[in-house]
Design a protein. Structure first.
Length: 596
């Protein structure tokens, strides 16, 4: 899942600075402070030098160190539950704070020495572990942060230079486990497509049930609902259901109803499943279509959409390919840095070529929308068109900024009709719901380790995001609205993909690879020329009317406003999504027969 501020679009940053209470002061402080001379303040010389060092430090490391604070201040009980049940994750979290809090130079592994601090660190870890205060301790951040909504985020955005520049794909085309010396030729891919079956062994299920049974819990804050993350009272019932009633065999049968495969691309075994049209008919056009997931989704989020797209309707049927992004689910994790949305797009383009598809459509939401957009930008000769149900950013030109401000000032004149909630910017809400992004984009291995060793912590983090992504008002409900739009079994099936594949850590790294990424920002400066379909669901985290969307999508072929749905529409509104994809593809076929 992503949030409205994730690309650090200057339009969004400017609005956050303008709208957030106290944000102008934060902006002034952020801009003025670095120019203060240490001799202009009445401090001893040593203190003045330390102050100057603090005030003039590079803003990018500051952005990287902001994540844990933001997350603990917003979804604290979700992370607290993971730390409470994973001593490894707790130790990693505390050690990380002590290390980088001592000096940002410790971000460099050359300067990082665990051994010299271990005797000082472990007693501190033991205090949190024995006192069971890993969850309650993080609540202090929430109690003291959001009173001045906008200040901290505005100050951070004001100091971060927006990275931009030409798109530059890394030279590395091998991301696998073998160490390749510089200048050496990487191993060739095994291009065989191997059959694959998703399995949950008896030991895995037994171990999961035992871990849930032995989970340590703390009492929730009174009347907190989902404002502290998952409610630790009602969520305990969900975990007990997972332990005692969830039908693992039924879930596996639904997943394995489609044939699964893995094949090696750029050194990584990439997982996917397929649904093909059989038998073929001369009066039916078979259209290849790739569906791309995000986080905390997986290939499993499309299990309700694929049967609807398989049907022959309007003279078309779909050959469907549903991959797992590198490091997600049963796709291998990269062992080298650099696999961002552009690289993921290249890998998936190679997958389609290996399957024999030279022309095809692509659809995506969440991270899948970014990879989908990248495929449309980078490979227009292969991609017939793209369909998006999430649009987070447009090119940051003066015209785009002017349009956005006009929309806010005169919505009746510049919108396509009544403005859905996703077109309004609520700074406090964005602060509430974006904390997880910054911790995942800066410290994925710290958080991931806690999730890897605590299935309850993993489920809490993921299901809290499902709750908020469906409708942010769910945080006012004691049960977070779990099960109301997406069956709990479907959510747990998705969590099981991460738990069984041990991808809790590697999936979060995708955030870091794209945070302040030149490739990411460069891609969204380039208008996407292929025919594009865009569906707006009212409770999505962000959306734009045609007036603005066409800055990025000049060939906007279809734009549909749906009456209900949020961020996880493949699970929430599979019928609406499938129908709009079909309508869009039909229109592209009719308008652009030469693009077959």
């Amino acid at each position: 899942m992503l949030s409205h501020s994730h690309i650090l679009n200057p339009i969004d940053a400017g609005l956050l600075i303008i709208v957030g209470s106290g944000a102008i002061s934060a902006l002034l402080i952020a801009r003025i402070c670095p120019s203060v001379s240490p001799l202009s303040v009445p401090y001893p010389e040593t203190a003045a030098r330390e102050l100057q060092t603090c005030m003039t430090r590079d803003p990018e490391p500051s952005a990287k160190e902001f994540g844990s604070f933001h997350f603990q201040a917003t979804q604290l009980d979700a992370i607290g539950l993971a730390l409470l049940n994973s001593p490894e994750g707790l130790a990693a979290d505390i050690k990380g704070h002590l290390s980088t809090g001592t000096s940002e130079e410790n971000l460099d592994p050359v300067n990082h020495d665990w051994g010299h601090q271990i005797n000082d660190v472990l007693p501190n870890v033991m205090i949190f572990s024995v006192s069971r205060s890993a969850s309650t301790g993080t609540r202090f951040c929430k109690e003291n942060v959001l009173a001045g909504s906008g200040v901290i985020l505005a100050a951070l955005f004001a100091r971060v230079d927006f990275v931009s520049g030409p798109l530059s794909l890394p030279d590395t085309v091998y991301w696998g486990p073998i160490r390749v010396p510089r200048g050496s030729t990487p191993p060739k891919d095994d291009e065989t497509i191997h059959e694959f079956t998703v399995e949950y062994g008896a030991d895995l299920i037994a171990g999961l049930r035992e871990q849930i049974k032995n989970t340590r819990w703390v009492e929730p804050v009174e009347n907190s609902a989902y404002h502290y993350g998952v409610n630790l009272g009602s969520f305990r019932d969900v975990m007990e259901y997972w332990r005692t009633e969830f039908d693992f065999n039924k879930s596996l049968a639904e997943i394995n109803a489609y044939p699964h495969y893995r094949t090696e691309i750029e050194g990584l075994k990439i997982h996917f499943f397929r649904s093909t049209v059989e038998p073929r008919s001369a009066d039916v056009e078979v259209v290849p279509l790739m569906l791309i997931h995000g986080w905390p989704g997986s290939f499993a989020e499309f299990l309700k959409v694929v049967p609807l797209l398989k049907e022959v309707k309007d003279g078309i049927a779909f050959d469907i390919v549903v991959p797992s992004l590198p490091g997600y689910g049963f796709s291998e994790a990269p062992t080298k840095s650099g696999v961002d949305v552009a690289v993921a797009a290249r890998i998936l383009k190679k997958l389609m070529a290996r399957l024999g598809y030279s022309r095809y459509f692509v659809q995506g939401g969440d991270w899948g929308s970014f990879v989908t957009a990248a495929m449309g930008t980078l490979y227009p000769e292969d991609v017939r068109g793209i369909h998006l149900n999430l649009l987070l950013s447009v090119p940051s030109s003066l015209m785009s900024i002017t349009k956005f401000l006009l929309l806010k000032a005169f919505p009746g004149h510049f919108s396509d009709g009544p403005m859905p909630p996703c077109m309004s910017v609520d700074v406090k809400s964005q602060l509430h719901e974006s904390g997880y992004f910054y911790i995942q984009a800066t410290k994925p291995d710290t958080l991931g380790l806690a999730h890897l060793n605590s299935p309850v912590g993993l489920a809490a983090h993921m299901m809290e995001k499902f709750s908020a992504g469906i409708d942010e008002r769910n945080r006012d409900l004691i049960d977070g609205g779990l099960g109301r739009k997406i069956p709990v079994d479907h959510m747990l099936a998705n969590v099981m993909v991460y738990h069984a594949s041990r991808s809790a850590v590697s999936s979060l790294r995708f955030y870091k690879e794209n945070f302040l990424s030149r490739n990411m920002l460069s891609l969204f400066k380039v208008p996407i020329k292929v025919p594009t379909g865009y569906t707006i669901f009212p409770d999505e985290i962000s959306c734009f009317p045609r007036f603005i969307a066409t800055d990025l999508l000049p060939n906007l072929t279809t734009l549909t406003y749906q009456s209900s749905g949020g961020h996880f529409v493949a699970m929430e509104e599979p019928k609406a999504l499938a129908e709009d994809v079909r309508k869009y593809v039909r229109k592209v076929i009719d308008l652009y027969p030469e693009r077959r």
